[in-house]
Design a protein. Sequence first.
Length: 697
Amino acid sequence: MRGACPHDCPDTCALRITVRDGVAVKVQGDPEHPPTHGALCTKVSRYAERTYHPERVLHPLRRIGPKRAGEAPRFERIGWDEALGEIAGRLGAIAARDPEAILPYSYAGTMGLLQGESMDRRFFHRLGASLLDRTICASAGAAALTATYGGKVGMHLEAFAHSRLILIWGSHSIASNLHFWTFAQAAKRAGAKLVCIDPRRTETADKCHQHLALRPGTDGALALGLMHELVVNGWIDEAYVAAHVQAGPRGWAALRERALAWPPERVADECGLTADEVRGLARDYATLAPAAIRLNYGMQRARGGGNAVRLIALLPCLIGAWRDPAGGMLLSASGWFPRDGVALQRPQLLGARRPRTLNMSTIGDDLLRDGGEPLPDGSRFGPRIEAIVVYNSNPVAVAPESAKVVRGFERADLFTVVLEHFMTDTADLADIVLPATTQLEHLDVHTSYGHTYVLRNEPAIAPLGEALPNTEIFRRLARRMGFDDADFADDDEALARQAFGGAVDAAALASAGWLKLPLPDAPFAHGGFPTADGRVIVDAPQHGVPDYLPNHESPRSTPALAARFPLAMISPPARHFLNSSFVNVRSLRAIEGRPLLEIHPDDAAPRGIADGQRVRVFNDRGEHHCHAAVSTRARPGVVVGLGIWWRKLGEDGTNVNQLTHQQLTDLGRAPCFYDCLVEVSTAPAPAEGLRPAEALG
């Protein structure tokens, strides 16, 4: 059977599933799909293990005990009819008072257009529930690309194999973008130079020719420093800039003046690099053509992340890198796809209603609001959240400042419904848990943000137990709510046909399993960016000319706070997890071992911390216990909390998000996970009754 990987990863692999006697026995990469070329990451190659996991939720469950995080939850099995009846009754009663007191909460547990953003959106639009601003991963970078290029567009993945210089910026490609890495390796074998720009010395950095370990959140300063060198050394492609970059006093001229204020010495001081490293990188970028940048979302998870993406996105325009198919930049390719969100989501079901929009990244604060209070922007919050329906997400583990998130979900008066495969940290605090199908059990269609192929996923096996696709759950719930609109009669095949508004041949996609979008090899060789005039934007409406913005929390922006919490913490996913997915797959968790904090020897020694020692990581928001990995993977002054462990599988019932804050980025209203100050000390052995993570089942 043909399938597609559903997970939040730029690779969106094409799958081949082997089924014997109705059982999926093997999940492999499709060797005919050019980006996948037969290979899968360690995580997805074990997808059958995830589907047949003995802890799968296979029947509707109803809570019969209190909501207390850290305690074993008590649920009873119920039937679908009873579960849907109870949910419809509770939501209907709340909606009769104020439907905005109901909040959907979802993200990219599946990236499929059907199971991720179709019938569910129709249901909540018809209900009139609060809208959700889905910001938790990529919205700062997405807003920045749109403000600069006019859309989320970039290079073709395969073109990187022909680049002579590749800057891998804010990306651990071996772990999070494996198939890009194979093309980068092909370029390396052909003589290309690979440079990794990342505060952490990852396994990707180990295999590059050069690693620049800049301080977290200083990427914008480095981009301005590179521009400075391009200007003073005469390395600007004046013809490309004149033809395809915004002109006038607020265009390239304004950015040029801003860049000239960032000589290498200033950049080095801000970023924690040397001036020669800045000069050398600029020289390579200007002279090793074609030069390409593989930007990823790690670097935009700080206060100035949006501005930093805008600055980096302008770099290939200044040297004319877009003239060559193997030059330019890729952060996201999702804007190339002709998806029809209106057809899938039916916002017209709202009618004249205009519900409030709540930011998923501030769910900790929002669940604890009484309702009606004024917000910092001058607006009012609106009604207290009385019900939340969670699917394709695990907010108790993944949302920032998680102590507040836990307190919100523990509210006895909050009605919580969770659609899930497993009893996650969030499901443990639900009132009703509904069993959802995995990717092997349902139909879906997929775009990608890392390549330009549309994919279709066929159900390879029948749903296990009583599990249902998200689409069917929301169809049935709509019927129980009395919604008789024709919009809820569409089956999944109809949704698949609607997904691209006729721009993709649905029959050809069903037959082949994947189709490549018809795009030029060098999409911006002659300009033609998806902006109003085809030129790259420098002075963006509401955002102005991009600039460097320091972190919310840093020794320079908050010196008093840094005096108490002197270490910057970033928290990228552990290599064998994908956000909080796969944490409960025993074989993968065994590879990771236990929650770790990487700390440089220069920071460990004065704190009396030895390798493997249990440590306490803390700030004013809370504390998290884990084990020290003393090594040079972390640069001095920075610690790396590898995530995202489920809280209940951690050392003390927490994870790194106990320490992160809910302040947002400059663009896109996104969280600042990598903009966080902490202190670290040794910690005693676990309290009696707590077990180390590796001992948990």
